[in-house]
Design a protein around this ligand. Structure first.
Ligand code: SAM
Length: 316
């Protein structure tokens, strides 16, 4: 289990919201406020650019941003590094014809990231089934100045994949509810993670059944080419095992979904899926893991499914 001390080793990650300004403008602004690019440790006034995620800055964990004008206006988003991986890996195209779904969106950090990557072009549907969390989502997206997002207060599983409104979707982000066992930098989640030793298998089973259902539903969208599935869990039952079951499902077989190659899934990241937890023939190096306490992030898992015939036709 994670220790409270681990939280101190995690820099404060700040994603520059490129829907409002550029990384260069953000860096110049923080330098003008007395910060310097000497790295987040040990100085309270040091910061750096991230090695893996474009437009992500690292500050000292002691620095508080809640009164920062850029935070209040949505020019920066406080978002853990690992939680920036899914949108970066999904890499939705920035085109007026793009149609993308964020199936489980609130509070909306990954939605605003996707919107920025799409340069606010095309259409991004953001589903959230919980009413209260749906209001938070709308508030966060308004603050981030996302213009291409249509939020929908609905259960993604009830959305008919052939509905003409959504049938042109090519990219889906799935970041569904999970045990949260990887979260270290928030005390409430930390306590939950500590209790996880006694996590009852039934809860994990229930979550993994739901997670698998979500992936299989996403695979039914007729034009979808790429699906990124992520969790902030460290349990193989919600990660590698769900991915292996999804690959064996009728939906994957019928629609020719495979795991994306490692070269398409942040290859520069060192920690990959657990080889002992995947079926024979599944390449665990295509999967990403982040270990709390070791990787200066929360515990996290990312996988990416691609439709082979769609990919083949791209190469033709
Ligand atoms: N991606 C979000 C972000 O980065 O800010 C965090 C998503 S959180 C892990 C999962 C969210 O999915 C919760 O807000 C939950 O209410 C919502 N959710 C769970 N099942 C859903 C479903 N079937 N359809 C739509 N939303 C769902």
């Amino acid at each position: 289990n994670v220790e409270l001390a681990d939280t101190a080793k995690i820099p404060r990650y700040v994603r520059v919201n490129t829907s409002q300004w550029t990384i260069g403008e953000a860096i110049a602004s923080y330098i003008s406020l007395g910060f310097d690019l000497s790295g987040p440790f040990p100085s309270n006034k040091g910061f750096a650019q991230d090695d893996h995620i474009p437009n992500l800055l690292l500050f000292n964990p002691d620095h508080q941003f809640h009164d920062d004008a850029c935070y209040k206006s949505g020019k920066i988003i406080l978002q853990d590094k690992a939680s920036c991986f899914p949108a970066h890996i999904l890499a939705p195209p920035a085109s007026d014809r793009s149609v993308v779904i964020d199936a489980t969106a609130a509070p909306g950090n990954k939605t605003s990231h996707l919107s920025a990557l799409m340069q606010n072009k095309g259409k991004l549907f953001a589903f959230e089934r919980d009413k209260k969390r749906f209001s938070t989502l709308n508030m966060m997206l308004a603050r981030a100045a996302c213009k291409n997002v249509e939020t929908v207060n609905a259960d993604f599983l009830t959305i008919e994949p052939t509905n003409p409104k959504y049938a042109a979707t090519t990219h889906i982000l799935l970041d569904p509810s999970c045990s949260g066992s990887g979260i270290v930098n928030r005390l409430d989640y930390l306590l939950e993670a500590e209790n996880d030793e006694s996590t009852d298998q039934e809860r994990l089973n229930k979550l993994s059944v739901f997670q698998l259902k979500m992936i299989k539903h996403a695979m039914k969208f007729p034009r979808v080419q790429k699906i990124v599935y992520s969790t902030c869990s460290v349990h193989a039952a919600e990660n590698e095992h769900v991915v292996c079951q999804a690959l064996k499902s009728d939906e994957a077989q019928r629609n020719h979904f495979k795991l994306a190659l490692k070269s398409q899934v942040l290859p520069s990241w060192h920690r990959r899926g657990l080889s002992e937890e995947v079926d024979i023939g599944v390449d665990s190096s295509s999967l990403i893991r982040c270990n709390p306490g070791e990787d200066a992030t929360n515990g996290f898992f990312v996988s990416c499914f691609v439709r082979m015939d769609a990919n083949d036709s791209i190469e033709d």
